[in-house]
Structure formats: structure tokens, C-alpha cells
Design a protein around this ligand. Sequence first.
Ligand code: HEC
Length: 152
Amino acid sequence: MGGRSAGGASSGGRSSGGTSAGGTGTGGSSAGAVGAGGSTGATFAAVQSIFDDRCVTCHDASKQGLPSYPALPLTADASHAALVNVAADETCGGTRVVPGNPDTSYLVQKLEQATPCNGSRMPRPFEVGVATPLTADQLATIRSWIQAGAPP
Ligand code: HEC
């Protein structure tokens, strides 16, 4: 228990409205990459808002059948437990999230590598076409959170 309980952080209004996670953006910089806490890394709330935006259409335990992937739920209730220190299904990938080590985290590899060791780059397209990769800001947010130890 690291002092900070993410659960309590005002759960209101964070349903992927498009506003930067964490709310009232004072500096105008897209929050998240550095996170509200200064040098402590991005918060999991900032990471979750990316999942809410780009991933949960498929990564939801209640959705069956391709292209869904219920074995890795990324909904707010389940994502942290499904990622951190959990072995990847695609075993070439090792561990989904290795706290403190973004480079060896399969989550990062699946988002950054054009051809991951198995399957497609995420987010993958629904049926045909291509899906837009995450932005550099979003990738930096996820890396920062992992680097900081992947706190809840
Ligand atoms: C259109 C549906 C779809 C979307 C959107 C999507 N995924 Fe996936 N995801 C899948 C499917 C299907 C697989 C398994 C096949 C593969 O790897 O291509 C998968 C596999 C993965 C894996 C590997 C899991 C393991 O344990 O081997 C990770 C990590 C992942 N997705 C993360 C994400 C993230 C993060 C996002 C959002 C940025 C995302 N995905 C968006 C369908 C999707």
C-alpha cells in the first residue's frame, strides 16, 4: 500500500470525455505525461483514460468473440490486476507490465512495435483497415507510469 489510493480520487466525470485526465488543466500542457504529482510519474488514472478511449471496445471481460479479447480486460475495474506482473497469453511477450521496466513490458511492445512477437500492434483495427497508433504523448504516459512502478 503506497500511501495513495487511486480509488478515492474523485471518480466523477472521467468517462473519456476527451478532456485531459485529471481535470482542470491549468498549464495547458496535456496532462498525463508527467502526471499530477510532479516527478512521480503518470498516474494510473491517466493510463486508464487511454484504455477507456482506445481499448475497451475489445478488451472487456463481458465481450466474447473476435475481435474482442476478454482475456485481457482493460476496463477500469479489471485493468490493473490483469496487467501488472501478469504473464502474457502470447508467451513470447513475457510479462504484460513489469513495474519499473517499460522496455520489457509486453504492453509497451504491443503498442510501439510495428510487428510485435505475436499478433498485431495495438490498437488493432476492427475488421479491415488500419487503426491509428497511440500518440507519442499517450505512449509517454504509459511508459512513465510503468517506470514509476506501475502503482494502482
Ligand atoms: C479491435 C479490437 C482491439 C482493440 C481496439 C485493442 N485490442 Fe488489444 N488485442 C485484441 C486481440 C484480438 C488480441 C489478441 C491477438 C493479437 O495480439 O493481435 C489483443 C492482444 C493484446 C495484448 C496481448 C495480450 C497478451 O497477454 O498476450 C495486449 C497487451 C493488448 N492487446 C493491449 C491493447 C491495448 C493497450 C489497446 C488500446 C490501446 C488495445 N489492445 C486495443 C483486440 C484489440
